[in-house]
Design a protein around this ligand. Structure first.
Ligand code: AKB
Length: 321
């Protein structure tokens, strides 16, 4: 990776991946792009920024050619719960961005990273230690349908054209910097803010709902390690299971109570989010990522909670949230 373009740079992953990549590869070698500069003031001030509607293929091609891009991070996507409100829009944006990225990458000799997700699995998928290669046909969300399509399409471009496509199936991502928006796993971020603000949280998925989760520093490191991995060692491409921790709302609440003993948790279940969460794995088997490119998570629930509470507290004290 020498000249990088991140599309969807203002989103939950991009807003942290862009500075992370700039610190490694140099500010001027990482071009951030999103629909408008207002959304990403910090990114636009710190390095090259382009306003881009990813469905505008002509402008997308111009940016890739002008900067001589060799690696594209295709991060544009509507998340699972938002997708259910407007499935057609979710398909058009999620798959429209990906098809443009793959086509432009093919014509301009770029590598492509695209995040997949636990959302690529469905009701018929084995729930515990979900294998790397398994059933993905009973997907219940448009987000998941897009993720499965994205995995297949990215493998197709690799097999048919030799395009260097790589991706991971992210768990729910937890971070103190940028709030997620419209995902099913969002509760696991919101709970820290509400614990510090009010000492209480109302959760929209039931006790006993286990999902894979990951702290953002692990997620960012995974992206770079996969993209820098020796291609000869990769038996899989799109997408690798990666895991760090699996918990239900009671588990994260118990960890928060070690810092805030009076913390209260109650429930007001959102049936759409609950159905999505029930269709996803409880925990994934990430041994293929471990074996093929050395993946290993560093943050467990305890270590993440210790850090999240400190960082969110600082943010609240500064009036930044
Ligand atoms: C969502 O909940 O939609 C995302 C995901 C797990 O892909 N965070």
């Amino acid at each position: 990776m020498k000249k990088i373009l991140i599309i969807g740079a203002g989103g939950q992953i991009g807003s942290e991946l862009a500075p992370y990549l700039r610190a490694i590869y140099g500010d001027n070698n990482v071009v951030a792009a999103d629909i408008s500069a207002e959304k990403c003031k910090n990114l636009a001030e710190a390095g090259p920024f382009e306003a881009l509607d990813v469905l505008d293929k002509g402008r997308y091609i111009d940016i890739v050619r002008n900067y001589k891009i060799d690696t594209i991070f295709n991060l544009v996507a509507l998340l699972s719960a938002t997708g259910e409100k407007n499935p057609e829009l979710a398909w058009n944006i999620n798959i429209g961005a990906l098809t443009n990225s793959l086509g432009i990458a093919k014509d301009n000799n770029c590598a492509v990273f695209t995040p997949s997700s636990i959302g690529a699995f469905g009701n018929d998928t084995p729930k515990d230690k979900t294998p790397q290669d398994t059933l993905q046909r009973s997907n219940t969300t448009i987000y998941g349908v897009c993720k499965v399509t994205g995995e297949l399409l990215s493998d197709y471009y690799f097999n048919r054209f030799g395009l260097d496509t790589r991706s991971v199936r992210f768990p729910g991502l937890i971070s103190y910097m940028t709030l997620p928006g419209g995902g099913t796993t969002d509760y696991a971020v919101e709970i820290y803010y509400e614990a510090l603000r009010k000492g209480a949280f109302t959760c929209n998925v039931k006790a006993g709902t286990y999902m894979d989760m990951m702290y953002m520093p692990d997620a960012l490191r995974a992206v770079v390690e996969l993209m820098e991995a020796d291609p000869k060692k990769l038996k899989h491409r799109n997408s690798f299971n990666i895991a760090a921790m699996s918990f239900d709302p009671e588990g994260i609440a118990a960890e928060i109570r070690k810092h805030i003993p009076a913390f209260r948790l109650d429930y007001q279940v959102d049936p759409v989010k609950q159905a999505i969460a029930d269709s996803w794995p409880n925990s994934m088997d990430d041994s293929a990522a471990h074996d093929e490119w050395g993946w290993k998570a560093e943050y467990d629930l305890k270590k993440m909670t210790d850090d999240m509470l400190v960082k969110v507290k600082e943010k609240l004290a500064k009036g930044l949230a």
